[in-house]
Design a binder for this molecule. Structure first.
Ligand SMILES: [Zn+2]
Length: 187
């Protein structure tokens, strides 16, 4: 799996335009949590002292990604005062998690993701990788190892340009809209 940084950047890239009426960080947090939700399967493992024990289980299946997208779509208006977000955005964010994980080096058997759970126990992984695996450990020495820092740099280099591109594109569209409004007011 890539780090939460890559999942978060890709989630924000795929999220729809933020409605101007929604203020604060809650909206950004919503998309970051949605994109990282599958990795919450670390939590029960951390509780029993074995973080990887339940990782890459059912939460990394197509069925769970679909259910999560439906729940997010259902509760989005509750969280954001009646605003709606397109279902495709929820789907693309939850499925992007599976896509990124399958593009990551995985040497811990069973390698890959149980995409077809509960109908098949087969694990899927792309035959090539773009991202390095993160070394997981409870110590700072492991977390900030050279390997993890290189993995993080690769993630940022491969994902951040897309987010910057989307943000710049949306800002330009916003300014163009202001210019059109301004011209109309002058006429
Ligand atoms: Zn994952």
């Amino acid at each position: 799996m890539p780090s939460p940084i890559a999942h978060s950047i890709v989630s924000l890239t795929l999220s729809p335009k933020k409605p101007s009426e929604i203020k604060g960080m809650k909206w950004v947090l919503f998309w970051i949590i949605l994109g990282n939700f599958a990795d919450f399967d670390f939590i029960p493992g951390i509780v029993i002292g074995d973080p990887s024990r339940f990782h890459h289980g059912p939460s990394h299946s197509i069925l769970c990604a679909l259910v999560l997208a439906i729940l997010a779509y259902r509760f989005y208006p509750v969280l954001f005062h009646g605003h709606k977000a397109p279902f495709w955005a929820m789907m693309s964010v939850t499925f992007s998690h599976l896509f990124l994980d399958m593009l990551t080096v995985d040497r811990v058997p069973p390698c890959g993701l149980p995409l077809l759970w509960p109908f098949s126990s087969y694990y899927f992984l792309f035959p090539f990788s773009l991202f390095l695996n993160m070394n997981r450990g409870m110590t700072l020495h492991i977390l900030f190892s050279l390997h993890n820092l290189i993995a993080l740099a690769i993630e940022v280099i491969l994902t951040l340009p897309f987010l910057v591109w989307v943000v710049v594109k949306r800002r330009r569209a916003k300014f163009q809209l202001f210019r059109v409004k301004d011209k109309r007011q002058r006429v």
